[in-house]
Design a protein around this ligand. Sequence first.
Ligand code: ZN
Length: 134
Amino acid sequence: MKISHIEHLGIAVKSIEEALPYYEKILGLTCYNIETVADQKVRTAFLKCGDTKIELLEPTDETSTIAKFIENRGTGVHHLAFAVEDGVANALSEAENAGIRLIDKAPRKGAESLNIAFLHPKSTMGVLTELCEK
Ligand code: ZN
């Protein structure tokens, strides 16, 4: 696959409203979008940081995978997202052929209408890895 850059870093938070003052007032980043991804039971806030972004992830209910993540591991870095230039579908089949365990067998729509898919952290040295394309 061909990765152009780190698209964003996903960070699990209990509350976007609680987390934003740190990112905006202390770090000086600007939140430009907050949206709910209903099928993932998550509310997301995006902050631009140079060529990459920070994605704050807040669970919308206790069955959300983000709620489970926070319960097990606490708040903090949740996933790393790479922008792929040659398509998420291509990248997925390459990864699968190389024996990498996939969470998503096919690309789906994520926040910001990106096509996204996740690789399983068991196959990626413990880092939940998201691949995305515009
Ligand atoms: Zn993400």
